[in-house]
Design a protein around this ligand. Structure first.
Ligand SMILES: Cc1ncc(COP(=O)(O)O)c(C=O)c1O
Length: 383
């Protein structure tokens, strides 16, 4: 066993990133300020979005968005169950009902036809998830949402730098990116909402800071003038500049970071091609650029070990793995909801029991990746 622990993920922090954060700490202004404005402009440049609003997490951005749409009791929101709990918890907290839909067995993403079958007169929002860095098949989903007049929010937490049919994810409509610590670039915690709707962007900007017409930076620029007043009750979800500076410093390296992640992913794919028991996720059939946020395998029917046994065996070899994700409709709070007591989502459940995310981060060496493959093959009974 190797003495060094290989984590499942490690942020790619360079000296320039540290210097950028230190510069903010020394500047006398550490909360929301110029770095936020610069980060928002850089995200617009990268994605082609008309407007970007940075917040303290993608979850915060989703909360503000649900609030802006006025989603509440009696409303339904369509979402996959095989995702992180953020959006679903927020739907529940708003008093609305999450309507879980199944995903494709191999891409783990929802399809327009599945969404369509879940639409009812109470559907107020559709939230599909770009999974692991692969983009959704957006054209049919956008067409469906448009035809039925239902807002669409792309959960693009994993998809900064991903492309769908030659266009960056986030280039139009409404989407949310995450900058949380394990994401391809990070602000430690953080998220960015992007939209082509100027009024919506202005509203979310206001709602993320107490519902004031201005934020803390504007107030400071105005000499902390006391005239800012609550236009509508809002939240305290702004992103400190210490955090924005970190993501801003990393952003010019995003393409290089994603390329490196892709190289490791391709190495894994080739190495596991003929390994019985391991089936990596399938790649989307549509034209895309993958940002390789995660490399997900399934311990399939040929595996002598369950997923949990496999993860424990990898840990015993000093290798960390992740699970993205446990199915939400099978978690205690949600499985106790009457609407979910008989819910069966075959592909979600098959994958939820079998998925495992292998170590994937840009500073991994080729030797680290070889070690992961050798350990997995050995655990599954190969040489
Ligand atoms: C699919 C998905 N959506 C939303 C989020 C929430 O992002 P954040 O942690 O920035 O709130 C995550 C976080 O990992 C995620 O994986």
């Amino acid at each position: 066993m190797s003495a060094t622990f290989l984590p499942f993920c490690k942020p790619a922090i360079e000296q320039a990133d540290i210097d950028a954060v230190v510069a903010v700490l020394r500047s006398g202004w550490i909360t929301t300020g110029q770095c936020n404005a610069d980060l928002e402009a850089a995200i617009c440049d990268l994605t082609g979005a008309g407007h970007a609003v940075a917040m303290c997490s993608a979850t915060a951005a989703m909360h503000v968005y649900l609030h802006a749409l006025g989603i509440g009791p009696g409303d339904e929101v369509i979402t996959p169950s095989l995702t992180w709990v953020s959006m679903v918890n927020l739907i529940a907290l708003c008093g609305a009902t999450p309507v879980f839909v199944d995903v494709d067995r191999d891409t783990l993403m929802v399809e327009a036809g599945t969404i369509e079958r879940a639409i009812t007169p109470r559907t107020r929002l559709i939230v599909p998830v770009h999974f692991a860095g692969a983009p959704l098949d957006l054209d049919p989903i956008r067409a469906l949402a448009r035809q039925r007049g239902i807002p669409l929010l792309e959960d693009a937490a994993h998809a900064l730098g991903s492309y769908y049919k030659g266009r960056p994810v986030g280039d139009r409509g409404d989407a949310v990116f995450s900058l949380q610590a394990i994401k391809n670039i990070t602000s430690a915690e953080g998220g960015v909402f992007v939209t082509d709707n100027e009024d919506l962007a202005a509203r979310l900007r206001r709602l993320k800071f107490h519902g004031l017409g201005v934020d803390a930076f504007d107030r400071s620029q105005q000499g902390r003038s006391p005239q800012a007043e609550v236009v509508e009750p809002g939240f305290k979800y702004n992103l400190p500049d210490m955090c924005a500076a970190l993501a801003l410093s990393q952003l010019p390296r995003l393409q290089q970071i994603n390329q490196r992640r892709g190289d490791i992913a391709r190495f894994y794919s080739a190495a596991f091609r003929d390994v019985a028991g391991i089936s990596p996720l399938g790649l989307p059939a549509w034209d895309h650029v993958h940002s390789w946020h995660l490399f997900v395998i399934r311990l399939d029917e040929q595996s002598p070990l369950t997923r949990d046994q496999f993860i424990a065996a990898m840990k015993a070899k000093n290798i960390g793995c992740g699970i993205h994700f446990r199915a939400i409709h099978q978690q205690r709070y949600y499985r106790q909801m009457p609407a979910n007591s008989h819910l069966a989502l075959a592909n979600t459940e098959w994958n939820a029991a079998r998925i495992c995310s292998l170590p994937l981060f840009p500073d991994m060496s080729r030797g680290d990746a070889e070690r992961v493959v050798a350990a997995a093959v050995n655990i599954l009974g190969g040489k």
